[in-house]
Write a new protein. Structure first.
Length: 487
């Protein structure tokens, strides 16, 4: 009796200990019942076929393959979406009309006379080197297509170059006797016009940012021989009154350069009267032409290498209709790296010769640096440090090589040692674009002159420049998709 009772107690204890150990084991090592339960209640399609009992092995392998394929395709789509976001992060959209033509400056106007040198029969004679350099300067400025082969020099001393230009240049007052800015009659326009050397030789520009505000001292010193204007409006204003990025200063006066216009009618036009006579110039060059090249450009760009707007001849009237477009960058991508947003803010890129960064100024400086590195001199129209020699006619081929990376359709190989992309020039994040349309027609000024103040001759030309619309097309560079939306 006692033994039987003891066996019952022992069996109860064994069952309790077995149940407790099995519970602990089930907690530590979940069995397949939990996986089956998960597969039966999950919303992921196809998982239930893996967990259901009595499913054939081949069917389980099939569903594993299907789910792996779907996950791979999803991963590929995500990768392609991310790659497209990296390569096309920004788009250009039309923004609300924030600007009118009053908020932006009138473009700079540069004109270059065909007659570059005058009274060359009275030129100074010196030693043999000086005389040869004088002949080569005449070659450069007057005989671009028919060089005087007896004198071709690789370099020209910068002091001799400056002496010849200074003493034989065509003066501004002989080219433009009068200027009308809207209704203001300016009878001494050359007081507000700055001389500058371009690919067309010595030119004169009005409404461009003053040289001392646009150029660093090294470039400014190499142009100081041109006797820059001494007008207070240009010479004594130290602070730049307008940049594309910041706009006009708050304390600007109406007389500060760059000037503006108020409307889009002919009454708001800028009119320039040119005198294209070639009398009393002595022995001048070139002898065949007597017109001038007109260039309309941004006030912050130097007119070097810019395509001309029109060619002006005597007894003609030229009408130039302008339109304004602006491009600015959204603040949402301001923190991006410049190579990603593909533009520079003013503080992100410093230039050697220019205080104001623009894509054009950067490319002009890049070509000048390449020319100096390859040819040992700079072209007469390129920015250069004081004392750097001017390239003569014998270096023209070298200048072309440095400016065009040596590309020629007749060459078997491309010279990749000259790489303009290495300068890393990108557009400005805020830019003002001037577009134009020109119409030119003949006028007999001797019979059609109606104002007694205007003394026009057969060799006079009138250029009228105006905006054809008041509104400005504003284009904004914005992110294609913000990163949080991409996620």
């Amino acid at each position: 009796m006692f033994n039987a009772r003891r066996e019952i107690v022992i069996q109860r204890h064994r069952r309790k200990s077995k149940t407790k150990s099995s519970k602990i084991k089930s907690l530590l090592l979940p069995n397949k019942n939990y996986l089956r339960e998960f597969s039966s209640i999950t919303s992921l399609h196809g998982i239930m076929y893996l967990g259901e009992p009595k499913r054939p092995l081949l069917e389980r392998v099939f569903w594993v393959g299907v789910m792996s394929l779907v996950m791979s395709l999803c991963g590929l789509q995500i990768y392609q979406l991310y790659s497209n976001w990296l390569s096309s992060r920004t788009i250009l959209t039309l923004d609300n009309n924030k600007y009118g033509i009053w908020d932006l400056p009138f473009p700079a106007i540069t004109f270059c006379s065909d007659i570059q040198l005058q009274h060359i029969d009275n030129r100074t004679l010196g030693n043999d080197t000086f005389n040869k350099e004088t002949e080569d300067v005449i070659n450069l400025l007057c005989n671009k297509f028919e060089l005087y082969k007896n004198v071709t020099l690789k370099i020209i001393n910068s002091n001799n170059w400056e002496h010849i230009i200074k003493n034989h240049k065509t003066c501004c007052k002989n080219i433009i006797p009068m200027l009308f800015w809207i209704q203001d009659e300016i009878y001494s326009p050359c007081d507000y016009i700055q001389p500058i050397i371009t690919t067309y030789g010595l030119c004169y520009t009005i409404n461009m940012i003053p040289h001392h505000q646009l150029m660093h001292n090294n470039y400014l010193l190499s142009t100081s021989f041109l006797n820059l204007t001494q007008a207070d409006i240009i010479a004594k204003k130290n602070e730049t009154t307008w940049t594309p990025e910041t706009g006009y200063n708050q304390n600007i006066t109406p007389f500060d350069v760059p000037w503006r216009v108020t409307g889009d009618t002919v009454d708001n036009a800028v009119r320039l009267i040119f005198d294209l006579t070639n009398k009393n110039l002595g022995d001048h060059c070139p002898k065949r032409d007597s017109g001038l090249t007109l260039i309309v450009h941004s006030p912050t760009d130097v007119p070097v290498g810019i395509q001309p707007t029109a060619y002006v001849t005597g007894s003609s009237m030229l009408s130039v209709a302008l339109s304004l477009n602006t491009i600015h960058t959204s603040h949402k991508i301001k923190t991006w790296k410049p190579n990603i947003r593909n533009c520079y803010y003013q503080h992100e890129k410093n230039l050697k010769f220019f205080k104001i960064y623009t894509l054009h100024n950067c490319e002009v400086e890049c070509r000048a640096n390449n020319t100096l590195k390859i040819c040992g001199c700079n072209a007469y129209f390129q920015p250069r440090d004081p004392g750097v020699p001017v390239c003569g006619t014998d270096s023209l081929e070298c200048i072309r090589e440095s400016s065009t990376i040596g590309y020629s359709i007749f060459k078997k190989r491309l010279n990749m040692s000259i790489n303009i992309k290495s300068c890393n020039c990108l557009p400005s994040c805020t830019n003002v674009l001037y577009e134009y349309e020109t119409v030119e027609f003949y006028r007999n000024w001797t019979t059609n002159s109606t104002k007694p103040k205007l003394v026009l001759t057969e060799e006079s030309a009138l250029v009228m420049i105006y905006f054809k619309r008041k509104y400005v097309i504003d284009i904004q560079k914005t992110p294609l998709m913000p990163f949080n939306e991409l996620l």
